[in-house]
Design a protein around this ligand. Sequence first.
Ligand code: CP
Ligand code: NVA
Length: 301
Amino acid sequence: MTVRHLLEVDDLSPAELAEVLDLAEVTPPARPLEGRGVALLFEKPSARTRNATEMAVVQLGGHPVSMRGEEVGVDGRESAEDLARILSGYHGAIGARVFAHSTVARMAAAAGVPVVNLLSDRAHPTQALADLLTLRQHFGRGLAGRQLAWVGDANNVFASLSLAATLVGMGVRAACPSGFGPDDAHLARVRALGGDVAVTTDPAEAVAGAHVVSTDVWTSMGQEEESETRRTAFAGFTVDAPLMAGAGPDAVFLHCLPVHRGEEVAAEVVDGPQSLVWAQATNRMHAVRGLLWFLTAVDRG
Ligand code: CP
Ligand code: NVA
């Protein structure tokens, strides 16, 4: 039996990614998770991911069991590997939001069922699936050749979105303050997939001619002690109306949420006509439903 996991979005081939997005757009004709559970572990807070994933499991006919990290004591009460082994005995799949990417990778290595990364310090692949679904709904399936501009921190959300955009043939232009750009290993990973990626410290340069402008918080969960330093470093990286104007009138704005209006994005943009953020948030549910359907079908095959 083949067990497939999703630790990062490029665990899917371009064809598989298209299949997951296709599945996300249809209501399952049967209840593929009937009588099965899905364990959802959260070491960090979540509103969208927990609600979207629990409801996706319900829509697939399964039963979600959400746990906070402190309830189960990952690597304290028992190891991540032992937890993954026992959860595999009850559930058809496991999702985990973790501080260290290595935790979800270790769970996948030990699990007997698919493990989905619901956000780590390195990646947020289910967010990237929802982002592509949102862009497909807006622009149609022909995303190849379109340009994605990322403004801000080259964080977990950027990592997954830049890989996902590459898998559908989009170009990526990132504007990040010095010291907050993508590392060489990530750029090499994007380029190994055939990605067209460039990095600058000038937001106007990155957004020029872009079809999509995306950003995220300046301080991610777990980095709270750096928030003052980051606020200073990211000055000038707010996505506001003048910056969006450089991308052209047909460009759209994405943000994974939660948002800090007046920091990484101005209210006029996130609440304005070019913003797709509310559809993007709802699409978290549709995208993870398509993914769980795909992974558990592969698992059974
Ligand atoms: N976008 C996202 O992952 O939101 P939550 O942290 O609320 O799950
Ligand atoms: N980069 C953010 C995303 C939250 C959904 C974080 O990791 O906190």
